[in-house]
Design a protein around this ligand. Structure first.
Ligand SMILES: [Zn+2]
Ligand SMILES: [Zn+2]
Length: 379
């Protein structure tokens, strides 16, 4: 059973050709890969899937015979369509389907990874998330990650042909790897060269498949890659390891390995660029009289003199005790914001002492409160 093509294009089952064409045009514009060149990898992927679905739906519903088959049998291939099922499914749509995708691509003047004129296909990138602790991000670290990727088959050097056996020239394309086709699109009849479905563009037919890779030219390998994380990286940053992604096909480039860093929060420190932020409670007495306190840093604590009469919310800067800048030998600062804590569980004697203290304080010794009441009076 094929997909719900009417649903994909958002049209009714009895839609006219014009309605289908117009729905297709709008959606193709909306989801065209060019629109997603700056989007995130996952947004790109889902837009690409959507774009493919839209094109697939249109290629069936715009073709009278295919549409009738689809309406009657749920498959563009008619009653036999289901029988070929998984194995030939994509093939039924034509050595087709990817080619339509790339043709529409070029019709829009797009480019991308499939920009070769021959049958080379670059390998896909592999994207992995690497979780780091706050300290690992701050100081850098070495990590090992394990990936599964396609690598060129060693036994056939990527040709897909059994060792020692020859490749014969493809008779369908006479070894050129491409065939000329005429395609009806909303932009008119377009004649273009398509990758030969018989030889998949190689121009050659494998007589005896390589048993190691079953003719695919690559094998799936599990690899451990050492990742060197530099000091000062931040959450969401990416590291690219060139040519460590999936193998290309027919001489296409290898993809890259893209590591997306996910840095865990620290229980005490927050981060703003290369600066560290810390909130520290101090006692009422420390705030009033001033005090030498130990301030934690990512390394050894530093001793710091809090001046007398420090208020809640005061921020102190401790130079050079932040994080290392990613690309220079320089460090950010540590900003400490203090909170004055009112003492709890006062006994009778302590209360008496505080009461006396309170009575001895003049109004101008609490300037904030004084100006607050002054401003209320002026309302
Ligand atoms: Zn092989
Ligand atoms: Zn061919």
């Amino acid at each position: 059973m094929d997909k719900d093509y009417y649903g994909i294009l958002g049209v009714k089952k009895d839609a006219t050709d014009a309605e289908i064409k117009s729905a297709y045009r709008n959606l193709a514009k909306q989801y065209h890969p060019d629109k997603f060149s700056t989007a995130s990898e996952s947004e790109k992927k889902s837009a690409e899937e959507k774009f493919k679905d839209i094109n697939q739906a249109y290629s069936v519903l715009s073709d009278k015979e295919k549409r009738t088959n689809y309406d009657n049998y749920g498959s563009e291939d008619g009653p036999m369509g289901g029988g070929f099922g998984g194995g030939y499914g994509a093939g039924g749509f034509g050595g087709g389907f990817d080619d339509i995708f790339s043709n529409i691509f070029s019709a829009f003047g797009g480019g991308g990874r499939r920009g070769y004129r021959d049958n080379r296909v670059d390998g896909d990138d592999i994207t992995m998330e690497l979780v780091l602790t706050f300290r690992e991000a701050a100081f850098g670290c070495e990590k090992e990650i394990t990936i599964n990727r396609n690598e060129e088959c060693k036994d056939c050097k990527g040709t897909g042909a059994k060792d020692g056996t020859k490749l014969k020239t493809c008779s369908r394309c006479n070894g050129t790897g491409t065939i000329l086709t005429v395609q009806n699109t909303p932009f008119g009849r377009i004649q273009n060269s398509q990758v030969c479905p018989e030889c998949r563009g190689t121009g050659k037919i494998i007589e005896e498949q390589c048993p190691t890779c079953r003719g695919r030219g690559f094998t799936r390998q599990r690899r451990t890659v050492k990742i060197t994380v530099p000091a000062g990286v931040d959450n969401g940053q990416m590291m690219t390891y060139y040519n460590e992604g999936e193998a290309g096909k027919n001489g296409g480039k290898k993809g890259n390995l893209i590591i997306i860093l996910s840095v865990k929060a620290h229980p005490v420190f927050k981060r703003r660029g290369s600066d560290l932020l810390l909130e520290m409670p101090i006692t009422f007495t420390q705030a009033a009289l001033g005090a030498k306190v130990d301030i934690p840093t990512l390394n050894e604590p530093v001793s710091y003199q809090i001046p007398e009469c420090t208020q809640t919310g005061t921020m102190f800067r401790i130079k050079g005790k932040g994080l290392k800048y990613l690309k220079k030998e320089q460090y950010g600062d540590l900003y400490v914001t203090v909170t004055v804590e009112t003492p709890k569980g006062l006994n009778k004697e302590q209360k008496e002492q505080l009461k006396k203290l309170g009575e001895s304080l003049a109004q101008n010794q609490s300037p904030k409160q004084k100006s607050y009441y002054d401003s209320l009076r002026n309302l």
